[in-house]
Design a protein around this ligand. Sequence first.
Ligand SMILES: [Zn+2]
Length: 205
Amino acid sequence: MGGSGSGRRWHWDAVATTDSMYSLDVRRLSRKGLLAPGNRFGWHWSRGGERIGEIQIEAQAGSIILKYRSRSGGGDWESMNYPVRLISQPCNLGGERQWFACPARGCGRRVALLYGGRIFACRHCYRLAYPSQREQSFQRYQRRANAIKTRLGWDSLPWGDWGPKPKGMHQSTFDRLTAEIEHFEAASDVAFVGYFQTRFDLLGD
Ligand SMILES: [Zn+2]
């Protein structure tokens, strides 16, 4: 590992800001109290002060419904309307943490962020859709997170799942390693948004 004792501090809010992208962050929605069942609200994205996309969201018990219109390549507008399942997980420090289950067919991964194209899906799904020859920074960050998971013996877990503390590992070591996983995954999310946005712009030309 190394490097983690260098006194560097992670800046969560700085890495977790994805305002101008087509991404939905379950942590932001949860923090704002928007996931309470029965709640309906609009969410929009802007870039350079211009509104570039919006959706309507309806919160239900255990899921949110996404409603928006989508169009690709100058074709007809298509009305989209589908649920995204919510997964709640008890926190170590009390309370609950919310996750999305990726709604892409055959996925269902537990993720904090979904990215909008025609449908909203997780980074893993879009990575499959947008393969690249050389390693991108979002992949490099994910690889570093995965290396820590390997050290913790979490290799066999489903993508996105966290396991228990290995026997014999100090709690402080475990806390540091899990914080590093969170950091690298958050950095990967942000880097991915940048990557995807670039692709989006190129495809939109
Ligand atoms: Zn997915």
